[in-house]
Design a protein around this ligand. Structure first.
Ligand SMILES: CCCCC/C=C\CCC/C=C/CC(=O)SCCNC(=O)CCNC(=O)[C@H](O)C(C)(C)COP(=O)(O)OP(=O)(O)OC[C@H]1O[C@@H](n2cnc3c(N)ncnc32)[C@H](O)[C@@H]1OP(=O)(O)O
Length: 206
């Protein structure tokens, strides 16, 4: 499966911040549970996945890209990263662990604490993406080539290998789903978090 965007310059703008701003707890609960379930499904697919990152990919966009098996990004003008600290919020543990699995503990810590958005070249350098291509068509071709590798791999061997590799992060969320949700609902009602989100949303307006 190839995960890509139909938009011109945005792969995924991340989670809809308006869902966090002045939230209705019931609605936020459904929103967050859907996110948890979507991520669990994507991170544990029984088939190979590639993200063809054909535009900017902040926060939740980066999470979805990192959750695929391989990342091909169009360069040089787009950016990718977990920028939550720039919004004055914190990336949850499973977001952070997903990044650690891709780029390693040290690089992830720097990346997460600074909320850095990497250009395509920088992302390639730190291993956040696997390949950089100049346009969307060649990126799609590269992504397809990667998937073709699996024609010679046993689906069972593929799935077992992926499960072993991803199991700790997946299991953590399965075991802590309700705790994670309760925390998000409480956290999003904090006046400090709300103020940070308000300022960030204002900064996005043109
Ligand atoms: C201890 C444990 C703690 C646990 C904490 C618990 C929970 C916290 C975790 C929360 C996790 C959040 C993850 C996220 O994904 S947060 C979202 C992060 N996303 C961003 O920062 C993206 C911001 N957007 C941009 O940078 C740009 O819009 C762009 C994607 C680069 C595209 O640029 P451009 O094409 O120029 O688009 P515009 O800027 O014109 O945007 C159009 C329009 O859309 C609004 N907007 C953009 N992104 C978002 C968004 N993610 N959510 C809501 N709204 C967004 C933007 O304000 C414009 O609105 P107007 O048309 O009304 O002006």
């Amino acid at each position: 499966m190839i995960l890509t965007s139909g938009l011109q310059k945005v792969f995924c703008a991340g989670l809809d911040i308006t869902e966090f701003y002045n939230p209705n707890p019931d609605r936020l609960s459904k929103f967050w549970t859907t996110l948890q379930d979507t991520w669990l499904s994507l991170y544990t697919t029984s088939f190979p996945t590639v993200s063809v990152i054909n535009g900017h990919s902040p926060a939740g966009g980066c999470l979805f890209a990192m959750s695929c098996d391989y990342r091909v990004m169009v360069g040089p003008n787009y950016t990718i990263g977990l920028n939550e600290t720039k919004l004055g919020i914190v990336a949850p543990k499973w977001f952070q662990d997903t990044m650690v699995a891709v780029i390693g503990q040290r690089k992830a810590e720097v990346s997460l604490t600074t909320g850095k958005m990497y250009t395509t070249d920088e992302a390639l350098q730190i291993g956040l993406i696997d390949e950089s291509l100049p346009d969307a068509n060649s990126a799609l071709k590269k992504g397809t080539q990667f998937l073709n590798n699996f024609q010679k791999i046993s689906p069972w061997a593929y799935k077992m290998t992926k499960d072993i590799s991803r199991q700790p992060t997946v299991q953590w969320l399965i075991d802590n789903k309700q705790k994670d949700l309760d925390f998000v609902i409480k956290y999003m009602q904090s006046p400090t978090v709300q103020k940070n989100l308000e300022l960030y949303l204002q900064s996005l307006k043109k």
